[in-house]
Design a protein around this ligand. Structure first.
Ligand code: PEP
Ligand code: MG
Length: 574
């Protein structure tokens, strides 16, 4: 039966393929008693699943993703060890024989017992290993249910898979990067959650906030995903399929045409040059950056180097990553943000769940609370600055006190490098993100103390409108055109322009075509966005005349009625 689902559009494009359901939720396992003559067969089924899972893990280790952290092998080895451990395999076999129960139930009981034991450990590291036990058992159960593992097995080429999940963390999604899903669908999530941002960086259609997709879609269902509209058509009939195939071809042609703009300078019709920078998460995103003709990196979200691992990257590992990006960009600016961990990007080792993570120990607050970790990163950044045009960007600054503390940390780090005779760029620029209304409203302190600013509209909107950007229940209230947001943006851009301090926007708004002219009208001259959005935005810049958009921009700023603002924006974009 064909039906349609609607969610929040996150990453545009059309994908046609087969559903691949992944489970991260708690395990729902039935319990039943087997007739005596079926017990040995059940043990054989369990053994086969254990062996298949072992082979799947071994294959994963062999085809290790290129950008996987060095701990990837250790992580797989740990899972192989858990799989082979008698507490799981042997104990589950014994239980099937003893209690004549189904193998899934035996596995779940063993898992629950082990998890309880791990939870009792004082040692945080050991306590955290319960997650690995659950992941291993989930993997065996998936095999038993006839579904492939979380990650599609290598070699399943020719079949376009569409990932359907209840939720995926940004950390998990980045690991899925090399597997090239045709599209990503989740029940939870907001359009500017970090999961959505990573999905966009994969250049893959993505729809989030679908609520019940995982219940309604079955493994292997045929799906059409329209990422721009947020529409999913499940088991489409032939005419619909043909129509979307045609649209897919047209989109591809448009994409190819845009490639011609790669080397063109982004200049408005009246001759103003606009900088088009790229946002990246990992050093190997550079290929995309180059392919789309970015004039620099406006935001390297360095925290992604810290995710999916139990041992944090040391100074040398970070230095190599930053140096690789700086050298790769061959003298163009590379803006590296100090780690913005916390909220929806938690370290594996993080011990406590904050009651309100978005307002908790996140970004610069965490850096200042973990001086050793911060110093390590600053040393790596400063050392790498010797090899290219690196700038440091500090996330989530709220005002003068945090700016001062940060600058003191940087000064002290420079001193210690001086003492050791280690080279760095003494004039390396330090910038701050404007993501909190308090920052926008204390702009003067930022202008006086910092070399440049970058407006993080994702968080600025979240904190101005008090809307959790990861929560699909309030996603409809997330409004970049809210007068409060527009006034903060205008205030920061014009204030920075007057003071001669460079300012960019690096939130998702920068890559949304419908806002390009509005931001230009507000005085923005530096945009930073995912590489995939660069060429279309450049095309919009090339067809914009700044004198012509001035009046409509002012009218938008004076308007307060949402319908009126939308209407004026449509006229601006016409
Ligand atoms: C932002 O908040 O707009 C931003 C660019 O930072 P992030 O999305 O990583 O929080
Ligand atoms: Mg932010």
């Amino acid at each position: 039966m064909s039906f349609t689902l609607h969610g929040l559009p996150v990453s545009s494009g059309i994908a046609i393929g087969h559903a691949h359901l992944v489970s991260h939720t708690s395990l729902e396992v039935a319990h039943y008693v087997l007739p005596k003559h079926m017990v040995l067969e059940e043990v054989t089924r369990l053994n086969a699943a254990l062996e298949t899972t072992r082979a799947e893990l071994a294959a994963l280790r062999e085809h290790r993703p290129q950008q996987a952290a060095a701990e990837f092998d250790a992580f797989i080895d740990l899972h192989l060890m858990i799989l082979a451990d008698d507490h799981i395999s042997h104990a589950a076999r014994e239980m099937v024989l003893r209690e004549q129960c189904n193998a899934e139930w035996a596995l779940k009981v063993q898992m629950d017992g082990l998890v309880a034991q791990f939870e009792a450990f004082d040692d945080v590291y050991l306590r955290e290993r319960k997650t690995d036990v659950v992941q291993v058992v989930e993997r065996i159960l998936k095999t038993m249910s006839g579904q492939p593992g979380h990650v599609p097995p290598a070699g399943k080429q020719g079949v376009m898979l569409i990932l359907v999940a209840h939720d995926v963390s940004p950390a998990d999604l980045i690991q899925l990067k090399p597997h090239q899903f045709g599209a990503i669908l989740t029940d939870l999530g907001g359009a500017t959650s970090h999961t959505s941002i990573v999905a966009r960086s994969l250049n893959t259609p993505c729809v989030v906030g679908l609520h019940h997709a995982r219940e309604l879609i079955k493994d292997n269902d045929m799906l059409i995903v329209d990422g721009a509209q947020g529409v999913i058509i499940v088991n489409p009939d032939k005419p619909i399929l043909a129509e979307y195939k045609l649209r897919q071809t047209q989109l591809e042609l448009e994409r190819q045409k845009l490639k011609r703009l790669k080397t063109a300078r982004a200049t408005t019709l009246d001759g103003t040059v606009i900088e088009m920078y790229a946002n990246i998460e990992m050093p190997n995103d550079l290929a995309d950056v180059k392919e789309n003709g970015a004039t620099g990196i406006g935001l390297f979200r360095s925290e992604f180097l810290f995710l999916n691992r139990d041992v944090l990257p040391d100074e040398d590992e970070q230095f190599e990553a930053y140096r690789a990006v700086a050298e790769g960009m061959e003298g163009l600016p590379v803006t590296i943000r100090t780690f913005d961990l916390g909220a929806d990007k938690q370290l594996n080792s993080s011990k406590r769940v904050a009651s309100n993570p978005a307002l908790g120990l996140r970004a610069i607050r965490l850096s200042l609370a973990e001086p050793q970790m911060f110093r390590t990163q600053l040393r790596a950044l400063l050392r790498a600055s010797h090899y290219g045009n690196i700038k440091i960007l500090v996330p989530m600054l709220s005002g003068p006190s945090e700016i001062n503390q940060t600058l003191q940390f940087i000064a002290a780090t420079k001193q210690s490098l001086d003492k050791e005779g280690i080279h760095y760029n003494p004039a390396m620029q330090i910038g701050g993100m404007i993501e909190i209304p308090a920052a926008a409203l204390s702009l003067n302190a930022f202008l006086k103390k910092l070399d440049f600013l970058s407006i993080g509209t994702n968080d600025l909107i979240q904190y101005t409108l008090a809307i959790d950007r990861t929560d699909e229940e309030v996603a409809h209230l997330y409004d970049p055109l809210h007068p409060a947001v527009l006034h903060l943006l205008s205030h920061v851009i014009s204030g920075a322009n007057k003071a001669g301090v460079p300012v960019s926007v690096c939130g998702e708004m920068a890559g949304e075509l419908s806002y390009t002219r509005l931001l230009l009208g507000l005085g923005l001259r530096q945009f930073s966005m995912h590489p995939a959005q660069l060429l279309a935005t450049k095309q919009r810049v090339l067809t914009t005349s700044l004198p012509e958009i001035a009046t409509l921009t002012q009218r938008i700023m004076r308007a307060s009625d949402p319908m009126k603002i939308r209407d004026l924006l449509d006229r601006l974009n016409a």
